[in-house]
Design a protein around this ligand. Structure first.
Ligand code: CUA
Length: 326
């Protein structure tokens, strides 16, 4: 009796962890829902079996039943050890396989391509009929109620694209193309994460997923395809000058400016994204200053060089410019 209350409190705390923007048990997508159902069915089955086994052990221990005949023992062993597990496993296999056709269905509309890099996600959207993709990074935007298909690739090493709230997990391999088909059912903001150890900053390789109504999504595609905002203040204009004169455009592209690099993330609409440096930071002036000055201190092994040799005012101007790129 005295243990009931603490046990209930621990269970409540444990279950509270099941909610949130990165939980397979709080689904906002059709595929995540079926995976969550599979989990609950398996959990319920496991609990029933656990109770049954413990009940039998308890019965044998306390009731000390008389020995049964060898024929009854054979029936019990064959039935409980072969027929029953075969039936349960076959049911689980059939139930799991029945979900596959939906999860492998081709997408409609926009094509999305995501490439795992060390340690960030390169994203390209191919609107229907477009010859050129729209480049972005570390954020996946998808329409609600439409099945989208994401083509997954990797540049140097194996990564895994894990978006538990909406779909599931699919590995990304260098030299091989995998795909994920997903159907978001609720608008919202979610979190995804690389789920395959890929080097020293694997833990800092996350992304944001935003789902929105098809109308909002069409407006977003239009905004995303537009060139970058023109600097409005002297500080922002100086920031763009520093960005270009320091050669940042050799690695990063900002459409509408001479910066056309494709090595690092496209920064055209950086400030509209939910994160900086693949989820390690937010797009704020202090975080941008910290990142530009010492990327290595935030993400060990990051390929971006440190710019702490620049005057602080130049770094602050660059941060002000980048933060204005809505
Ligand atoms: Cu990419 Cu772990």
């Amino acid at each position: 009796r005295p243990l009931v209350l603490p046990a209930a409190a621990i269970l409540a705390i444990a279950l509270a962890g099941c909610r949130g923007p990165q939980s397979a048990l709080d689904p906002a997508g059709a595929d995540a829902s079926s995976l969550a159902s599979l989990f609950w069915v398996m959990l319920a089955g496991a609990v029933v079996l656990w109770l049954l086994m413990n009940g039998l052990i308890f019965y044998a221990w306390r009731a000390k039943p008389r020995p049964i005949s060898s024929k009854a023992a054979r029936i019990l062993i064959f039935g409980g050890g072969v027929v029953f597990p075969t039936f349960v496993l076959f049911f689980l296999l059939a139930y799991g396989l029945s979900m596959m056709p939906d999860q492998r269905a081709p997408g409609e509309g926009l094509r999305v391509e995501v490439t795992g890099e060390q340690w960030w996600f390169r994203v390209a959207y191919w609107p229907e009929g477009a010859s050129e993709p729209i480049h972005s990074a570390n954020e996946i935007v998808l329409p609600v109620g439409v099945r989208s298909e994401i083509t997954l690739k990797a540049d140097q090493v194996i990564h895994s694209f894990w978006l538990p709230s909406i779909a599931g997990k699919t590995d990304m391999f260098p030299g091989r193309v995998t795909r994920m088909s997903l159907l978001p059912t609720e608008p919202g903001e979610f979190r995804g994460q690389c789920a395959e150890f890929c080097g020293e900053s694997h833990a800092w390789m996350a992304f944001t997923a935003r789902t929105m109504t098809p109308d909002d999504f069409a407006a977003w595609v239009e905004a995303e395809a537009a060139p970058a905002a023109v600097p409005e203040t002297d500080l922002q204009a100086r920031g763009l000058d520093v960005f270009l004169s320091e050669g940042c455009g050799g690695c990063h592209a900002i459409r509408g400016t001479p910066a056309r690099g494709r090595v690092g993330p496209d920064l055209t609409h950086l400030a509209s994204r939910g994160n900086l440096a693949a989820g390690a930071l937010k797009v704020t002036v202090p975080d941008l200053i910290a990142w530009i000055s010492h990327p290595e201190a935030i993400k060990p092994g990051a390929k971006m060089p440190a710019f702490d040799h620049l005057p602080r005012e130049d770094i602050a101007a660059m941060a002000a410019y980048l933060e204005s790129l809505e």
